[in-house]
Design a binder for this molecule. Structure first.
Ligand SMILES: N[C@@H](CCC(=O)N[C@@H](CS)C(=O)NCC(=O)O)C(=O)O
Length: 208
């Protein structure tokens, strides 16, 4: 299997973490749709990463779909069957939405000051703050969000909170200390520690 996408992309990291959690062998091609002469649009007409080449002629894009595909490739399951499936997928949507909001805020903030829409930045920040409060309440201080083991729910929220710390650093832990402790446990997993993107180490290692 071949995974395309740059290391700093949180969507690419979601797939890298899933591949490690499932002990699947893959080659990583750190190509970005922003690189001159890149080939991403030949595989994904939307011109986005991650893209996965399965090795048997199939190509998948979108991190959520890729994780669903990988989950069919063997144990341990990240997306359970049965009753737990829907809450796990709901957490995935929450985590993805948080990442989308942080990315939108980041891109808007990179525009020249005269062209920057502060109301858009404020709206994205509000989404993130509300999502963190929702997550803290729904997590209820349990070690895993759904059931007794690590699932896509934990992957998606852990990834999103680390990305908040990286690109929208603010002190959410003072209001939500329980969620901060939960994240420390998730961040210590080897799948998370081994996929820290360049530049994020400083944030992850910072004293809390
Ligand atoms: N919903 C997609 C989002 C992927 C995405 O936005 N990737 C960014 C990298 S962080 C990208 O490729 N952006 C290039 C573009 O939008 O032109 C997923 O989950 O895979």
């Amino acid at each position: 299997m071949k995974l395309y996408g740059h290391l700093t992309s949180p969507y690419v990291r979601k797939v890298r973490i899933a591949l490690r959690e499932k002990n699947l062998r893959f080659t990583h091609v750190p190509e970005s749709p922003h690189d001159p002469g890149n080939h991403i649009a030949d595989m994904n007409p939307l011109g986005k990463v991650p893209v996965l080449e399965t090795g048997d002629g199939r190509v998948f894009f979108d991190s959520g779909l890729i994780v669903e595909y990988l989950d069919e490739c063997g144990a341990p399951r990240l997306i359970p069957h049965g009753e737990e499936r829907w809450p796990v997928l709901q957490w995935h949507v929450l985590g993805s939405g948080m990442v989308d909001a942080v990315v939108a805020r980041l891109l808007e903030g990179r525009r020249p000051p005269g062209q920057r829409a502060q109301d858009l930045i404020d709206a994205q920040e509000l989404k993130v703050r509300r999502a963190i409060a929702w997550a803290d309440k729904a997590a209820q201080g349990r070690p895993y969000l759904i059931g007794e083991r690590f699932t896509l729910a934990d992957l998606a929220l852990g990834l999103a909170l680390e990305y908040v710390d990286f690109r929208f650093p603010h002190d959410w832990r003072s209001q939500h200390p329980r969620l901060g402790e939960w994240l420390a446990g998730i961040s210590a997993r080897s799948s998370f520690a081994e996929t820290v993107p360049p530049g994020m180490e400083k944030v992850i290692d910072a004293p809390r």
